[in-house]
Design a protein around this ligand. Sequence first.
Ligand SMILES: Nc1nc2c(ncn2[C@@H]2O[C@H](COP(=O)(O)OP(=O)(O)O)[C@@H](O)[C@H]2O)c(=O)[nH]1
Ligand SMILES: [Mg+2]
Length: 313
Amino acid sequence: MFNFFKKKQDEQDSSKNMSNTLKSALSKTADMLFGDILNTFSKDKVIDDFELDDIEATLIQADLGIDLAFDAVEKIRHQKIKTSQLKDFLKQEFSNILDYAPQNDLKFDKDKINIYLFAGVNGAGKTTTIGKLAHQFKQKGQKVLVVAGDTFRAAAQEQLDVWAKRAGVDILSENKADSASLAYRSIDMARKDNYNVVLIDTAGRLQNKFNLIEELKKVKNVIYTKLEDDNLETILVLDGTQGQNGLNQAMVFNEALDLSALAITKLDGSPKGGIIFPIAKNYHLPAKLIGIGEKIDDLIPFKKEEFIDALFS
Ligand SMILES: Nc1nc2c(ncn2[C@@H]2O[C@H](COP(=O)(O)OP(=O)(O)O)[C@@H](O)[C@H]2O)c(=O)[nH]1
Ligand SMILES: [Mg+2]
C-alpha cells in the first residue's frame, strides 16, 4: 500500500499522498485510541464516570502517559463533555499538548554547513534515518556527508556505508577513531570540500550510561567549538514501538545533548505513536521526522496538523 502511493508520488501531489501515507502509518495508533473510545458510544449524552475510566485506560495504553491521560479525563469531567463532543475535544487537547514544543521544520540553511547529530539507543533507527535523510537532501541537490560516529561496532560503520552508497553520498568512516575526533574532522572536511549537509551517527549503548553521555557531550562540544552559527540540530531517534521507554531515553539524551528535535521511527508497525505527546509536554522537544518503514523513501517530515488529522481520521 505504501509502495503503491510512493510509486505514484511526485513533487506536485506529494502533500496529498503524504497525508494518506501518514494515515496508513498511524492507523494502529488511531485504532487503539479512537476505535476504542469513540466507537463505543451510541447516543449523545454527558460522559459518565465509568466511561471516563475507560477513556483514561485507553489513553494510557496509547502511551500518552498517566499524567496527560489524567489531565484529559479531568477536563472532560469538569467541562461535562458530551459523547458527540469528545472527538473534537480530544483533537484540540492533543494539538495543545504538542504546542509545548516549538513546531518548526528541521533546520536548514542552504548557505551554511548544516550539522545533524543523531543520538538514541541501539536499534532505535539512527543509521537508517540518516540514510533516508541523506537521500532526501541529495535529491534536493545538497552536498551530503555522512559520518560513521558509531565507532564501537564495525558492523555499524558498514551499515552506514551501505546507506551512503544507496543514497549516493560520501562517508567519513575510520576504524578505531573516536566519535568526537571524527565529528571534528567532518567539519573541516565540509569546509574544505563544500559539503553543506553533515549527518553524524553515534553509538547508543545505554548500558554504559555514564560513558555514553560523556562521549556525546564531547561530540557536541567539538561541534560547537567549530561552528560559529546556530546550525546544529541534535536529534533523538526513538523507536516508536517502545512506548513509555522513550520518556526515559529522552531524559538521558537530553541531559547529554540538550536535544532540539525528535525523530520517531517504526510508526508503520506500532500502535504507540502517542509517546510524542508526553515528550512534547515534558521536554518541549518537537517531533520533526517520522519513520514509516525500512526503505529509503520511508521518512516523512512531521507536521502537527497532518499528524493530528491522521490520528483522528
Ligand atoms: N519498520 C520500520 N523499521 C525501521 C524503521 N527505521 C529503522 N527500522 C529498522 O530498525 C532496525 C534498527 O535500525 P538501525 O538504523 O540499525 O538502528 P540504530 O542502531 O539506532 O542505528 C533496522 O532493522 C531498521 O531497518 C522504520 O521507520 N520502520
Ligand atoms: Mg546504527
